[in-house]
Design a protein around this ligand. Structure first.
Ligand SMILES: NC(=O)c1ccc[n+]([C@@H]2O[C@H](COP(=O)([O-])OP(=O)(O)OC[C@H]3O[C@@H](n4cnc5c(N)ncnc54)[C@H](O)[C@@H]3O)[C@@H](O)[C@H]2O)c1
Length: 372
């Protein structure tokens, strides 16, 4: 199994998730390429140093450009604030590196399209961190929808709600960058990606975006306040290219919610209900049998849902968030080694970004719009 050097830019929530994932992959998946944690970069020297020691990287730097240029790094993971993704990814692509970039891919669809085109022209492999799509139960749901087990799909009801911005005293962060979008980009991108994963392209939409907290402290405890220009809540009504309609809510001010990424898909012969809060369960309703005997069945994640069995031989013992990131890294390594593209790649990241941009424009213009 040949080694491949991994360089990670950023050591926050996602930088650590990528480091854990690439470190875990060889023991779980026996991948065609064995990832070596080659280099860690963070502009915050203390953060870089912490991750360097904690994960056993071979080298560290405070200059991400040194990581991108390093000949021993073949995969560049970009886990920095979204405003930095474009510049870092384009530099990595120009250096011929494979790029594993966090979501949302960029601040807007123009930048995301530029990144997708650069990657396609360079012939390198890309991966975007929509890790929730790696849940084996959702792969099974997609297969069952495609094979017609739910009959004709009639509706999608999706939500991604969390409460991390519900407190009006939660301070300003890079997530409020007015050059991008708010909840619809940060968590809405996940549920938009999931809607596309299950049901295919979204053709048109109308959106209502709302800023609930109009200004926030500039920093923790600061008396100075800064106006918020991005959305806290986005409500979308959709029409999919396949014909059915749906709705999506993205909401980062949902008091009490920590991970309500969920959906219900309804078809003429069945339905699915799922929430990431109980990510090892998929509820399936089959419209068959006598009235009074029907109901949603709880499908429990287990070894029959690959690659669950590689993590654990027993059903019901459950996968977690970091397992999804590990599956994402393993899929990416297989694609780099010439295997099937598991995605979502930069092209899909750019398509998701188009939905976000269209929603922003629809809310501004207060009308239905087609996705370009
Ligand atoms: N896939 C998921 O489920 C998921 C979850 C959370 C965040 N994200 C995405 O991951 C990205 C990062 O989010 P996070 O929550 O990890 O953020 P974070 O604030 O926890 O970490 C960002 C890191 O980037 C570093 N950084 C900033 N500027 C830098 C520079 N110029 N050079 C090098 N390092 C720099 C910071 O010091 C910090 O360590 C965002 O795009 C976010 O949307 C994805």
């Amino acid at each position: 199994m040949p080694d491949i050097g991994v360089g990670i830019i950023g050591t926050g929530f996602m930088g650590r998730a990528h480091a854990m994932a690439y470190r875990a992959v060889p023991g779980i998946f026996a991948p065609p390429l064995r990832p070596a944690l080659e280099m860690i970069a963070d502009s915050d020297a203390a953060g870089a140093e912490r991750a360097f020691h904690a994960f056993g990287f071979r080298r560290m730097t405070t200059d991400w450009r040194a990581l991108v240029a390093d000949p021993s790094v073949s995969i560049v993971c970009i886990t920095t604030p979204t405003a930095l993704h474009r510049e870092m990814a384009l530099a990595a692509i120009a250096a011929g590196k494979h790029v594993h970039c966090e979501k949302p891919l960029a601040l807007d669809a123009g930048a995301a399209e530029e990144m997708a085109r650069a990657a396609e022209a360079a012939g390198i492999r890309t991966q975007v961190g929509f890790n929730y799509l790696k849940n084996p139960l959702l792969g099974r749901a997609r297969e069952m929808i495609a094979s017609g087990e739910l009959g004709e799909i009639t509706n999608f009801r999706g939500i991604h709600a969390e409460g991390y911005m519900a407190d009006p005293e939660a301070p300003w962060t890079w997530r409020l960058d007015p050059a991008g979008a708010g909840a619809i980009a940060d968590i809405g991108s996940h549920i938009i990606g999931l809607a596309r994963f299950l049901l295919g392209p979204i053709a048109e939409l109308v959106a209502d975006l709302e800023t609930v907290v109009k200004e926030r402290p500039e920093a923790v405890g600061s008396a100075r306040r800064r106006a918020v220009e991005v959305d806290d809540i986005a409500r979308l009504t959709l029409r999919f290219a396949r014909g059915c309609g749906g709705t999506i809510e993205a909401n980062w001010a949902a008091t009490g919610r920590t991970m309500q990424l969920g959906f219900e898909v309804t078809g003429s012969r069945g339905a699915f209900s799922f929430t990431q809060e109980r990510m090892n369960e998929l509820l399936f309703f089959r419209a068959a049998g006598a009235a009074g005997t029907r109901g949603f069945t709880r499908i429990e994640a287990g070894p029959e849902h690959p690659p669950y069995g590689l993590f654990c031989p027993a059903a019901g013992h459950q996968l977690g968030f970091n397992a999804l990131k590990t599956i994402e890294a393993a899929d990416f390594l297989r694609a780099i080694a010439g295997g099937p593209e598991a995605g979502p790649d930069f092209r899909e990241g750019a398509e998701i970004q188009k939905v976000i941009d269209t929603a922003l424009r629809s809310a501004r213009e207060r009308r239905w719009l087609g996705i370009p």
